[in-house]
Design a binder for this molecule. Structure first.
Ligand SMILES: [Ca+2]
Length: 615
């Protein structure tokens, strides 16, 4: 509250200064009327605070943009990168809601109640304040702070921080909202994408709504953002557009997909190698790295030609979904240009976690085995199909699986849900202008500085000219963008992280990491600066550093209220079991279907018995 009041006062003061300055200029002009003296207005400080557009992709991999070495065409984001600054060492949480909570509050996910997505929190953690899965209502959001400072605030897309009325974005500082409350949804229709939800929970301005028939997620979310931003640039605006691209179900219009029909026929090993090279060509990584082979990546050659054709087309859908998102971002940029605000708008683009490796619709070998039959049965009852001809189109359901997900993060290890760099390291582009001046001193440059999700809120506050609370753990990135400095954190300053039992601690160029999978199910130490692919474990070679970082992680975890997970905890299974148990209607239907043959049998026996007695 104090913060909001302070913000209001600062803005009021700024307004008074500008008005007073203009009055003085007007009086000077009047006094000098008729004289040959040219009066130059001396208005110091920004005439108008910049608009801020926060663009969030869902499950987009580290190397999925052209500006990060991808073959996927993303000309609009590449243009933002060329005039702004890219970050090559920026990290977020490995799944949706924890990152979103940090982006909205500037605080660590545990401290705002979002240690994990609500769907994946096991019963033995659910009592703890850090494990509510929905964002605490007493913590101010960036939207509330900007709103208090006179910004018009709009939000479209996936929220996933609480569905109760008081937790919806309409109650958390956004003037206009068009939002999805769930982990994801169909991109083409008003329909859930998992059996854990009865329907997709969409709201406009806090009220439940039904999607229009001509819906495609990236297109519609941008249409709504354009509608809410409107045509007049009276007040500065903050627009948060949280795309469904490229979250499961992977879906794209055929026109976007078909550009890539031949791109992935060489398979995932070839793509991973090409992406690793692309990251070097794009100036993101200094050297070409060979990624660790992932145990969940089967040999491409072990697939049948039919399987290869299906997988290659599926990846074309994924590329088309990224391409379509970029196309619609281009429409948003054009709108802002049309209303004359492009020279006073800052764009921040990032992904909420690394590429998604879950596989629900089929098995492809390797260690990525999944019980696909029950899921497929549910999928068909909902009207989805996996036909190759129409893959990604309306009513199609696709997921790329772990092998393509590994390729999408280039040489990095692991992907979404894991604490490897493939799960945590994402593209971040900050670009644009404030009052006609480009904010980037080194346009097209790349910053290799270690950044963390909580750095975005202080960055936005500084851009908006709002004083930042000392209690925020993150750092503003503005001095890096303006070229004032190339440093962000002191070498001794650490960053702790935990999600579903996967954990990490970053400090001084090193990373301590624990991934709950196979031989990675232990603490390992990597020199992140020299070894971003996390290939050489230094825990035995550098025991002092290892022990010091472990101690620091434990202290951080205790302060954050991190709870251990049970040895048999499995994120995906928890989501499905917990979700289905929360749907009594679905359970009753399943039970009835299972009991139906037994009931028929009993009826038959009774009928036969009676018939015999009658005879
Ligand atoms: Ca996500």
């Amino acid at each position: 509250m104090t913060k909001n009041v302070t913000a209001k006062l600062l803005v009021k003061r700024a307004g008074i200064t500008v008005v007073a300055g203009l009055l003085i200029v007007a009086m000077a002009v009047a006094a000098n009327a008729g004289a040959d003296i040219e009066v130059v207005p001396d208005v110091t400080g920004p005439a108008k605070r910049p608009n801020i557009v926060l663009l969030l992709a869902d499950d987009l991999g580290y190397s999925d943009l052209g500006a990060y070495g991808s073959e996927i065409q993303t000309p609009n984001l590449d243009r933002l990168a060329a005039s702004g600054l890219r970050f090559s060492n920026f990290h977020v949480a490995a799944s949706c809601a924890p990152t979103r909570a940090m982006l909205m509050t500037g605080l660590n996910s545990h401290s705002v109640g979002v240690a994990n997505i609500p769907e994946a929190i096991p019963e033995d953690q659910a009592h703890a304040p850090a494990y509510q899965g929905v964002m605490h209502t007493h913590v101010p959001t960036i939207a509330e702070q900007l709103q208090a400072a006179g910004y018009r605030t709009v939000m479209t897309g996936k929220w996933h921080l609480g569905m109760d009325p008081e937790r919806r974005p309409s109650a958390r500082g956004f003037d206009r909202t068009f939002m999805l409350a769930d982990t994801g949804a169909d991109n083409w229709r008003h329909r859930s994408y998992l059996p854990i939800y009865e329907t997709a929970n969409w709201f406009e301005d806090g009220e439940p709504i039904t999607l229009p028939d001509d819906f495609y997620s990236s297109e519609h979310l941008v249409d709504k953002a354009i509608e809410y931003i409107g045509n007049d640039g009276e007040e500065p605006f903050f627009a948060y557009v949280a795309f469904q691209a490229v979250h499961i179900p992977v879906q794209a219009p055929a026109t976007f997909r078909d550009k890539y029909l031949q791109t992935y026929v060489g398979g995932w090993h070839a793509l991973r190698a090409a992406r690793s090279e692309g990251l070097v060509d794009a100036g993101i990584l200094p050297d070409r790295l060979q990624g660790r082979p992932m145990p969940t990546t089967p040999d491409w050659q072990s697939l049948t030609p039919d399987q290869q054709a299906f997988e290659a087309k599926g990846m074309a859908v994924y590329a088309g979904m990224v391409d379509a998102m970029d196309h619609h971002i281009g429409r948003l940029i054009n709108h802002i240009d049309r209303i004359g605000e492009l020279d006073n708008t800052v764009f921040i683009f990032l992904s909420d976690n690394g590429a998604e490796g879950s596989l629900a619709t089929r098995n492809i070998g390797g260690e990525a085995r999944a019980p696909t039959e029950p899921f497929r049965a549910w999928m068909y009852t909902e009207g989805f199909n996996t036909d190759i001809e129409t893959l990604g189109e309306r009513d199609s359901y696709h997921d790329i699986g772990p092998a393509w997900a590994s390729a999408a993060v280039g040489p990095l290890a692991w992907y979404k849900f894991f604490a490897g760099e493939g799960g945590l390291r994402v593209p971040l582009i900050i670009s644009g202008a404030s009052n006609g001046q480009s904010i980037a001193a080194n346009a097209g440059g790349v910053s290799p500085v270690l950044g963390w999700a909580t750095d975005i809120v202080p960055t936005i506050l500084e851009l908006a000219g709002i004083e930042t609370l000392d209690s925020l753990p993150g750092k503003t990135l503005v001095p890096l963008i303006s070229g004032e400095t190339t440093e962000l954190r002191a070498a001794k300053e650490g960053i702790g992280y935990e999600l579903g039992g996967n954990k990490a601690f970053f400090r001084g160029g090193y990373k301590l990491v624990y991934n709950r999978y196979g031989s990675d199910n232990r603490w390992q130490l990597f020199n992140l600066a020299a070894d971003p692919a996390e290939k050489t474990d230094l825990s035995a070679a550098e025991p002092q550093r290892f022990n010091a970082m472990l101690k620091a992680y434990n202290a951080w975890a205790e302060a954050q209220g991190v709870l251990p997970v049970a040895d048999d905890y499995h994120q995906g299974r928890t989501v499905m079991l917990k979700g289905i148990l929360n749907r009594p209607g679905l359970l009753a239907t399943v039970a009835l279907l299972l009991l139906l043959p037994v009931l028929i049998l009993i009826a038959l026996v009774v009928w036969l018995f009676r018939r015999r007695r009658v005879n």
